[in-house]
Design a protein. Structure first.
Length: 182
């Protein structure tokens, strides 16, 4: 992950002018971050988790599930591309991407982004009121689900390896972790 050396606070207009070069650009508090494309373990996990989330959230009419790359415009100086997103309100979906805080944001860790996802991005998600933040780690074969409480994330459930993870906030949502990992 690389942070640009620019010294002024960037906004969405700067972000939308970035080249379409296959890199993942994000703005956090007006600072530009560039990350490499994810590896195959990451993509396998993302695809498989998307299918499980889609089956639950969309079949149950709870929300719509999206996958990267898609812009999530949290504010004028914060534009991110999480790996998976659940949008609970249809009016948040625009031609630009997702406008405002989604119901669920999922980041699948890569070696180059793990600290960024756990610290910097988590802080911004909390600031903008993303209710649920999930972190999947293909290397450790873990899934952690956090809920926003009093402005910070609290772990509500964690699963590892071949376990099934049931989320307490959504009755009937059980993630089969064995199906995520390669």
């Amino acid at each position: 992950m690389k942070r640009s050396g620019l010294h002024r606070k960037l906004d969405y207009s700067d972000y939308s002018a970035m080249p379409d070069d296959g890199k993942r650009y994000e703005l956090l508090e007006g600072a530009l971050y560039v990350t490499p494309a994810p590896g195959t373990d990451h993509q396998h996990g993302s695809k498989r988790l998307f299918r499980q989330m889609e089956a639950y959230f969309e079949t149950g009419s709870i929300g719509e599930v999206f996958y990267a790359p898609i812009d999530v415009i949290l504010g004028p100086h914060d534009v991110v591309q999480p790996d998976l997103i659940v949008v609970g309100r249809a009016e948040q979906v625009s031609q630009r991407g997702i406008e405002g805080a989604p119901l669920v944001v999922v980041e699948i860790l890569s070696p180059s982004t793990a600290d960024h996802d756990r610290e910097r991005k988590a802080s911004r998600y909390a600031h903008f009121g993303v209710e649920h933040y999930w972190i999947a780690d293909p290397k450790l074969r873990t899934m952690e689900c956090f809920r926003l409480e009093d402005g910070r994330y609290v772990l509500v459930v964690r699963g590892q390896g071949n376990e099934s993870l049931s989320h307490p906030d959504w009755p009937g949502l059980t993630l089969d972790l064995a199906r995520l990992w390669r």
